[in-house]
Design a protein around this ligand. Structure first.
Ligand SMILES: Nc1ncnc2c1ncn2[C@@H]1O[C@H](COP(=O)(O)OP(=O)(O)OP(=O)(O)O)[C@@H](O)[C@H]1O
Ligand SMILES: O=P(O)(O)OC[C@@]1(O)O[C@H](CO)[C@@H](O)[C@@H]1O
Length: 320
């Protein structure tokens, strides 16, 4: 069983528009509401592929109740934890050429008591879990070491922790030896202070995250695919998509595919890429099921260090 924790879940509203014209009144062509948050999406992708998963989901206010209703309608196995602050709403503006503009609210603070209750819910469910996936941003005022504490709590208990986050929460988690981290190119650049222009940079940056404590690094590179760096080897793979519809949640589908595929090695990477590509072919943050996933679209092999990435993440700020 794969347990996910999403401390900052969301209602994800995707609004299809013509061109994004700043300052204008924009009439939307269509709108769609999905339950969201990174760990929630990992569980949704696993559910869509009949892989056992349970999601720990704090929820608050009318938005939170709606989130829980949407997840229940999908049949998600979840442990819901009521909190005082309302669940956030995130907005995606989707233009016809595939350009996505995402606006994520910060979310509302969790009190120390609420954090304790959430931690208890994770501990209670974790005894059945092979993996615990801690994913997404932290709401305001939540201590940056919250994922690190989770890693330490499960160290030695035979439960592997995967962390998908950014900034100080990622930096703290690295020091607590997570079994897996899944940075995207921007997060890799920010975490290492390195410009990420070529596959060689990705491999080098992943090496730095491993030196800092992560056992395995699964680096997602958007349309350029992904790099896996672990004890037994380094692999690169891609699964090109000719008509991408929405990359929102593709990283979550990809992480779900990797864990469902065994959580290490080239076959798991291939499954991760197939699930990620399938998510990109679907609208909004819909998670792909078997009918959407084409394992034949993937190529995995050794990375060519000189290969340029099609887009370079912003130059990282100097490290303090
Ligand atoms: N345009 C694309 N074409 C093909 N595959 C894609 C494309 N965009 C994303 N993917 C697939 O999805 C994976 C995850 O994408 P990305 O690196 O954008 O993740 P992310 O930034 O974590 O996304 P999110 O936070 O929205 O889940 C990539 O490694 C790749 O396999
Ligand atoms: O603000 P965070 O927690 O970094 O990301 C939240 C989010 O963008 O991630 C998911 C896609 O990966 C969406 O469902 C959700 O809106």
């Amino acid at each position: 069983m794969i347990l996910t924790l999403t401390l900052n879940p969301s209602l994800d509203r995707t609004i299809a528009i013509g061109a994004l014209d700043r300052g204008a009144v924009i009439r939307a062509a269509a709108a769609h509401l999905d339950p969201g948050g990174k760990g929630v999406n990992v569980s949704r992708a696993l559910l869509a592929n009949a892989v056992a998963s349970r999601a720990v989901v704090p929820f608050g206010g009318d938005e939170g109740r709606q989130l829980v209703r949407l997840l229940a309608a999908e049949g998600l196995d979840m442990v819901t934890v009521p909190v005082i602050g309302p669940t956030r709403s995130n907005v995606t503006l989707a233009e016809p050429d595939g350009t996505i503009t995402k606006i994520n609210e910060p979310g509302t603070a969790l009190s120390p008591g609420e954090l304790d209750t959430i931690a208890e819910a994770v501990l209670a469910a974790a005894h059945e879990a092979d993996w615990v996936v801690a994913s997404g941003s932290l709401p305001p005022e939540v201590p940056a070491d919250v994922y690190a504490r989770l890693c330490r709590r499960f160290a030695g208990a035979g439960i592997l922790v995967a962390v998908d986050t950014s900034g100080p929460a990622l930096a703290c988690a690295l020091g607590a030896a997570p079994a897996l981290v899944k940075p995207n190119a921007e997060e890799l650049a920010a975490a290492t202070g390195m410009p990420i222009r070529r596959l060689g940079d990705v491999v080098e940056a992943a090496g730095k995250l491993r030196a800092a404590g992560a056992r395995t690094v699964l680096a997602s590179l958007g349309a350029d695919g992904a790099v896996l760096v672990e004890d037994t080897g380094i692999w690169y793979g891609e699964a090109p998509v000719t008509e991408p519809r929405s990359s929102v949640g593709a990283g979550d589908a990809m992480l779900a595919g990797f864990l469902a595929g065994g959580g290490h090695g080239p076959d798991a990477l291939a499954q991760a890429l197939a699930w990620g590509a399938a998510a990109v072919r679907l609208p909004g943050s819909r998670m792909p099921g078997p009918a959407d996933i084409d394992p034949g679209c993937v190529a995995v092999g050794p990375p060519d260090p000189a290969r340029l990435l099609s887009s370079t993440p912003p130059a990282p700020a100097p490290l303090p």
